[in-house]
Design a protein. Structure first.
Length: 419
């Protein structure tokens, strides 16, 4: 057969065409979901496996559904309206309420930015690099990434960072878990009615769905310029992102359950876990775990200030976007740089009360999340905004149930932290 005829047939194949379109659309959903596995998320999943073994694996099934539903709503609103979530909230409830929410989100997100740079300090410390060298270099990298890049180039780097999470899947296999018991724990919940168990469940769900991600996902979909005709491909990107991020988290729990929980070693943070893995799963598993933590912290340290800059500028009507120059969007770029510099300065201060800062940021996230989710539901069911793309009855039932569960867990997280 003539090669040119064969090539034309491949190019005209509907599946090939769909796959090419998906590759062009792919990015926002996968990137946003993977940032959930940041410094705080990896620490939470590591401690879940170290302290509770395989017993929390069942939680990943409902978490995939919840995250997929919320991300799908975000991409649909962004593509149909061509506006970021902060823009839509301002139009729906007015400037005053949006401004108050913006201030609360700004404070909460700054606490999360501090967490990511503290994660960089911890992970580089595992490799013997002092924070006085690691933090300024990390700050310079994430700043140049946005200042010198366009949306397309930055997205490619973020997708590469997402791919590097495979290190946790490899570490999970190196830990040689009991696959039969893991499968049983996945489909047959082992629920324990204890404060520690319930608090960990709340923490795992809380670290999977955060207010900032709704704003970043929708803003990135808008800046990428995805058309309405490609909505289904963007939905697939959102759902795949929800699945992939939970698979990575599953293997983090699995690795720690198979090694540290089984050995009875007490650990308090990721540095302890990385050291504990050396005699239990081998040096390579330990290195991969530490490398994954560094990648996640650096990745999230780029995204979280970016998310903050997006929704602050959208709330106040300023120009925003990675592809825009400093002259075109001075507030956007200035806020991004300011958050990075301030975070590095604070983390460099000796004996800074980082735990208190992280605690307050998580409380703020827990308090804000229900408001953001309710506003998303109000907007996505408004025909004057969404037209024919409002939620169906079935999807509304699923999304409202998801929102109520997430709200209940978020409120429970705040109450447990206060108590």
């Amino acid at each position: 057969m003539d090669f040119r005829i064969f090539s034309r047939r491949i190019i005209k194949n509907p599946f090939i065409i769909s796959f090419i379109i998906f590759l062009s659309v792919m990015g926002p959903g996968i990137i946003t979901a993977n940032v959930d596995n940041d410094a705080g998320g990896i620490t939470t999943y590591s401690l879940a496996g170290s302290q509770f073994g395989y017993s929390l694996l069942w939680l990943f099934i409902p978490m995939i559904i919840a995250l997929a539903v919320i991300q799908e709503m975000g991409v649909r609103m962004g593509i149909v309206t061509g506006k970021g979530l902060a823009d839509l909230i301002r139009e729906k409830v007015g400037v005053k309420f949006t401004f108050l929410m913006m201030i609360a989100l700004l404070l909460a997100n700054f606490g999360n930015v501090l967490a990511e740079f503290s994660g960089i300090a911890v992970s580089t410390g595992i490799f013997g690099i002092p924070r006085v060298i690691a933090l300024p270099l990390a700050a310079l990298f994430v700043w140049l990434l946005v200042v010198k890049g366009t949306y397309k180039s930055v997205e490619k780097i973020f997708l590469l960072a997402s791919a590097l999470y495979i290190s946790y899947i490899i570490a999970g296999f190196l830990a040689q878990p009991n696959w039969g018991f893991a499968a049983q724990s996945l489909i047959m919940p082992q629920i324990t009615i204890s404060k520690a168990y319930i608090t960990m469940v709340i923490g795992m769900v809380g670290t999977t769905i955060a207010p900032w991600m709704m704003f970043y996902l929708q803003s990135s979909v808008v800046e990428k310029g995805i058309s309405l005709k490609n909505l289904k491909y963007s939905k697939a990107d959102a759902v795949i992102g929800a699945i992939v991020v939970n698979i990575v988290a599953f293997f983090i729990v699995l690795a720690c359950a198979a090694t540290i929980f089984s050995s009875g070693i007490e650990v308090n943070d990721v540095a302890d876990i990385s050291k504990a893995l050396v005699p239990l799963a081998g040096q390579y598993a330990s290195i991969l775990f530490a490398f994954g933590f560094l990648n996640a912290s650096l990745f999230a340290a780029s995204i979280l200030p970016l998310s903050t800059a997006y929704y602050v500028c959208e709330s106040l009507g300023f120009e925003a976007g990675v592809s825009k120059s400093f002259r075109e969007a001075p507030i956007f770029h200035g806020l991004y740089l300011g958050l990075i510099i301030l975070a590095v300065i604070i983390i460099m201060i000796p004996n800074v009360p980082l735990l208190s800062i992280l605690y307050l940021s998580q409380v703020a996230n827990g308090l804000l999340l229900p408001f953001v989710l309710i506003l998303m539901l109000l907007i996505i069911n408004d025909k004057s905004i969404m037209g024919e793309h409002v939620n169906s009855r079935l999807f509304n039932f699923i999304s409202i149930a998801t929102v109520l569960i997430v709200m209940g867990l978020s409120i429970g997280l705040v109450i447990s932290m206060i108590i």
